[in-house]
Design a protein around this ligand. Structure first.
Ligand code: XMP
Length: 509
């Protein structure tokens, strides 16, 4: 495995991605990691990441210098290179010329890290400070116009430093350099695969859980579904999934979930129908935040009451993903395992004295999808668009009642059917309908109608932080609108949302 020390760069996840794309397993750890923990991980190589600090700043992040005595290759990137220079006896100075953006790197000397790389190659820089002198044993292997010491190597000890960022796509031959580090320098083998990860994780879960029981809140979303399936493979019916039907789900959602997870995959699931409780509490409430709070609180109560019925449950499993774990561990402190507020079971482990199992905590979203596929989950489930915890309640603007829920379910089902048929489902981050608390006049046959308005929202996004409204083909939009107005009694007008995020959000409430 490759150990990545997180000095706080915004590109750290990219370094991890690049390593894993080469089928080599890696983990990102904070600089406070101890040398004994590093030894236990037995890395084949260490990457010191970039970061926003200067190495001489008082509170700049530092990793134990013992990493240089392990006999393991080290690659320092940007701040990581400067840290290595400082730690091994070279000097760093605040650059007179800042270098930001593209630069041409001239390769000055043969080194394994540049195997197959052109003599002149484009690299991407983002730094103020730079190395002034190289430590004993190092030589300069690459320079740019502004940065003489842009790449260094101590080939005997297998230490390499790159002032630029090989992990970003703008560094034209960065992937070659990373592959060189992994295979030529660290001698890693490309053996990490999802099947291997699944096998290892299943064995670990089995060992940790023993004869005990695990509970998991199954929502039907990709993360909780894959986590459930993985744990099910490990401990079978010692896992109890709790699925709460809050009455705010899409059409046939509970039915579909039952068919896939309980019947086909044979998971042990408790279905709790709490629709009445949720709807009663929501009656007459129009404020979005109030609606969210009510839903969160009831979910927690229902889940807890159900969990308590499961005797001997010592563990709570969650589908927490790697980006959340990385975000929660600061570059300057130790890792602090956060519990995602996810399905609002956040407070439960402490309250019920449960230990957490987070089998996906080292995976990125696309890796989770791949794992789901490896475990035999249908494509339909693996590639589901996200659906918010508060469900349709935040897609009915204002007060929520059963009639509106039925209307919105029908509208949403037609929309999704047409989006799927047109081959757009996977191209979109989300596509859904919103029911507005407005009526407008229409004409159907010879009759005047006065009915609801449905808004269609379809967005593209990579991480939901920003999103753009999808440019759906007009004929597809036409079909969606026609079908909704013709087939759903109670809706006589369809509008399309053309706002991006920011300044709008994806959901309307
Ligand atoms: P916004 O509307 O903030 O949404 O642009 C960003 C993403 O988060 C989803 N979302 C939620 N997911 N519980 C969830 O599990 C929630 O309360 C919630 N609110 C928004 C939304 O669907 C989008 O993918």
């Amino acid at each position: 495995m490759i150990l990545i020390i997180d000095f706080g760069s915004q590109f750290n996840q990219l370094i991890a991605r690049r390593v894993r794309e080469n089928k080599v397993y890696c983990q990102i750890e904070p600089p406070t990691i101890t040398i004994s923990r590093i030894r236990a991980l037995a890395p084949e190589g260490i990457i010191l990441s970039g970061g926003p600090s200067g190495i001489y700043e008082k509170h700049s992040p530092k990793v134990t210098k013992a990493v240089f005595d392990l006999g393991v290759p080290v690659l320092g990137i940007c701040y990581g290179m400067q840290f290595m220079v400082g730690a091994l006896g070279g000097a760093v100075h605040a650059a007179t010329k800042r270098e930001y953006g593209f630069a041409e790197l001239a390769v000055k000397a043969q080194a394994k890290i540049f195997k197959g790389v052109g003599k002149k190659t484009t690299c991407w820089m983002s730094h103020g400070d730079s190395a002034e002198t190289v430590p004993p044993g190092f030589k300069i292997i690459g320079s740019t116009e502004n940065t003489k010491i842009a790449a260094i190597a101590d080939t005997r000890r297998k230490f390499y430093g790159l002032q630029f960022h090989p992990e970003v796509a703008h560094t034209a031959e960065g992937t070659t350099m990373i592959a060189n580090f992994l295979f030529d320098i660290c001698k890693c083998r490309p053996t990490w695969s999802m099947a291997a990860f699944a096998e290892e994780t299943i064995a670990e879960i089995r060992e940790r859980v023993g004869e005990k029981r695990v509970i998991l809140g199954l929502s039907g979303g990709v993360d909780s579904s894959v986590a459930a399936l993985l744990i099910h493979h490990a401990i079978g019916r010692q896992l109890t999934c709790i699925f709460v039907d809050n009455g705010l789900l899409r059409k046939d959602e509970a039915k579909k979930l039952k068919a896939v997870f309980a019947e086909k995959l044979q998971l042990n699931i408790r279905f709790v129908n709490a629709a009445g409780r949720f709807l009663k509490a929501l009656a007459g409430v129009a404020d979005p935040e109030k609606k969210r709070k009510i839903i969160g609180k009831i979910f927690m109560d229902v889940f807890e009451a159900e969990a308590k019925k499961i005797k001997g449950a010592d563990f709570l499993a969650q589908g927490t993903l790697y980006p959340d774990v990385i975000e929660s561990q600061s570059a300057f402190g130790g890792p602090t395992s956060i519990i995602k507020s996810h399905h609002n079971v956040g407070g439960l482990p402490a309250k019920m004295k449960l230990s957490l199992i987070e089998p996906l905590r080292f995976l990125f979203k696309d890796e989770v999808r791949l794992l789901g596929k490896t475990l035999g989950l249908d494509d339909d489930m693996v590639h589901r668009q996200p659906f918010p915890g508060p469900g349709l309640a935040i897609r009915i603007i204002g007060k929520v009642d059963r009639r509106q829920l039925t209307l919105l379910r029908e509208v949403d089902a037609i929309l999704l059917e047409e989006i799927r048929k047109a081959g757009y489902y996977r191209k979109l981050w989300q596509s859904f309908a919103v029911l507005l608390p407005l009526k407008s006049v229409g004409i159907m046959g010879d009759k005047r109608t006065y009915e609801n308005i449905a808004a269609i929202r379809a967005v593209t996004s990579v991480d939901a932080m920003t999103a753009d409204w999808a440019r759906l083909p007009h004929d597809l939009m036409g079909r969606i609108s026609n079908r909704i107005i013709n087939e759903v009694k109670g809706v006589n007008r369809v509008v399309y949302d053309i706002s991006s995020k920011p300044p709008s959000t994806i959901e309307w409430e």
